[in-house]
Design a protein around this ligand. Sequence first.
Ligand code: BG6
Length: 472
Amino acid sequence: MNKYKDEFDKDFLWGGAIAANQAEGAWDENGKGLDLASCFPKGLHHKFRGRPNEEEYYYPQKEAIDFYHRYKEDVKLFAEMGFKCFRTSIAWTRIFPKGDELEPNEKGLQFYDDLFDELLKYNIQPLVTISHYEMPVHLVEKYGSWLNRDLIVFFERFCNVIFNRYKDKVKYWITFNEINNMRRNADYAAGVIFDENESKKSRQTKIYQAAHNMFVASAKANKMCHEIIDDAIIGCMLSLSNIYPANCDPVAVFETMDIRRKSLFYSDVMIRGEYPNYIFRLWKENGVEVKMEEEDLEIIKNYPSEYLAFSYYRTSIHEAGVPSFFDTGGEYSKQNPYLKVSDWGWQIDPMGFRYTLNELWDRYQVPIFPVENGLGANDELVNGTVEDDYRVEYLKDHLKALKEAIKDGCNIMGYLYWGPIDIVSAGTGEMKKRYGFIYVDKDNLGNGTLKRYKKKSFDYYKEVIATNGKNI
Ligand code: BG6
């Protein structure tokens, strides 16, 4: 039997992805509660400093690009590009403002009904991230976030409401955005806050305890999703920009594999349905003890994620013994002399994309879905447009790599470009770090008309989709 494929499937899911907190704004409108992401000031995005202190800081997510009021105009532009799929998250705080209420907020539910209807009007399939860095801040303050098993119950309640409400509108689901980022960025990714001088042992224990509770919550959501929605598919999502050894020093090679494995640990559990052996050594050597209830492992085993969604932006290199750093693009340490960098210092590596797609398909043998890939750049609006040839080049090279991965035999569900419209950066809180095919007139301090303009890349992506990837 010959399974060789050299083109995109007819139902390949072309499109784009955003998150509620980075786009919607309207942070307290129609009963919405305060979410975690709205508490992160511009430029200080990786540290939770409590509730907003407007006198000292500027909080870009509060208005963002006002997608909440302008979504019809934006969806129309996505439709013009020919999107088949659009990923966004449901802000938990629109539905349960504090997170622990018994009854949902009807006005919040109505907003997503309207948004999904608008997408479906153009035959764009919504893909929903249930939690994208934006949990109710009340759950962090009162319960200590995912360290507390009560969160599993609140999350189940949230899922139950949205699965029932949107069962005829949403088929594609993801439980947690970039769950593996909690390993290095527990504030943002899981609402787990450390004391200034907290020991490594205690930090590690908290991270793995919170992760365990999230694995259970995710598996329960997987189960419930299928009980409520017949043809649903629900996956996990990780940040999987890649890392290479800087040279052939066997120590660098092993350490690089180990860094990667600490990230893949999350999909190892969520897709394979059990804790991998290597983690027990790490726990033992770091004094980590994770509390589990009897039925947890059974739930994790019986209700794994059905597909692996992931973000890929760049690669980095690792030299033996040199500690790596971390941001929204994943691990990084040294520059790779073979690669160019973006305006934000991220190394552009299309071959790394093909490598990663192959790595993930080979490891898991479940459908894989790059749901974030794109170029954040310093765009300049001139005469109502942006000549972003650099973005076209980035996209073209990554799509060629994607096609190669299809020829390599990878089972790929679709491709979602990150930030098809300019939104607030998750890593820095800047507007200036623009990914969009659509420019939004707003600057780093919140000035601007919010008017939308098409960039040159808009037409390029439109042509790619119209030809189903024949004209890359
Ligand atoms: C991913 C996140 O980490 O990368 C997004 O899921 C984020 O929320 C994206 O926006 C790009 O990162 P940044 O920092 O450039 O916005």
